[in-house]
Design a binder for this molecule. Structure first.
Ligand SMILES: *Cc1c(COP(=O)(O)O)cnc(C)c1O
Length: 229
């Protein structure tokens, strides 16, 4: 999964990869089945470049405009960069999002699914997506209601969008285990293979419960100066 050049190692990256490998082994899983998304929101190119130099290629952003300003330049240097959209997405940004990202984790409502489907057809660029679930049933939080999953999966299928898995952010400051376990069960129930769950504070727990995509920001880059989504 993760390319490495030990001469150009990045200590934080090496540390997180080691922890992912250990968590995978403890769960009797293959480390190569777990993708590390380096969440680079709020980080500039100079902060991102050391990870690229160390061989890392998979990154996550939560704002279309910020990503559009930062990544096209880096993609010239590193054409094999993979960018995942992990933040809430407005339908009027669908065109830019489809052009820029290689996967979108935040599909959570019919209007967004329809807007993305139109753009994927128009740009002839069909990217795999995740359905985001509001797993803690919190108001003000992105993600669909658990009971909306079947209809959204049907709509995505009819619209020609490939949904490969479920994504969630559990409520803050609570034990994430029941939420990760529930998301894993919902994915199984719907025959979806991939699970985007786990952040800096809980990615090892998420791996134990089946995460295939962990989204790690601060543990790789250090604390963010300003809170961002
Ligand atoms: C910021 C963010 C992350 C990364 O959070 P860290 O705690 O910095 O690892 C993961 N997922 C989403 C959706 C985010 O917005």
């Amino acid at each position: 999964m993760i390319e490495r050049d030990s001469n150009l190692a990045n200590p934080a990256l090496t540390n997180i990869i080691g922890k992912i490998e250990k968590a995978a082994r403890l769960a009797d899983r293959k480390p190569s089945d777990i993708a590390l998304i380096a969440v680079s929101k709020t980080r500039n190119s100079d902060e991102i470049r050391p990870l690229l130099v160390a061989g890392h290629r998979l990154f996550g952003e939560n704002r279309v405009q910020e990503a559009a300003a930062k990544w096209p330049g880096l993609k010239v240097e590193y054409p094999d960069i993979q960018l995942h959209m992990i933040g809430q997405l407005q339908s009027n940004k669908a065109a830019e999002a489809v052009a820029l990202f290689d996967s979108i984790h935040s599909l959570d409502r019919p209007s967004l699914i329809k807007a993305l489907a139109r753009e994927m057809d128009r740009q002839d660029r069909h990217i795999p997506c995740f359905l985001q679930v509001n797993i803690g049933e919190e108001s003000q939080k992105g993600g669909c209601d658990i009971k909306a999953i079947p209809d959204l999966l049907t709509l995505a299928g009819q619209s020609g969008i490939e949904i490969v898995g479920l994504m969630a952010v559990p409520p803050e400051n609570t034990n994430p285990v029941p939420y990760f376990a529930l998301l894993a069960k919902l994915a199984r129930d719907h025959g979806l293979d991939r699970l985007s769950m786990g952040m800096s504070g809980d990615f090892e727990t998420a791996i134990k419960l089946g995460a295939t995509h962990v989204r790690v920001g601060t543990a790789l880059f250090g604390p963010r100066a300003t809170p961002a989504g």
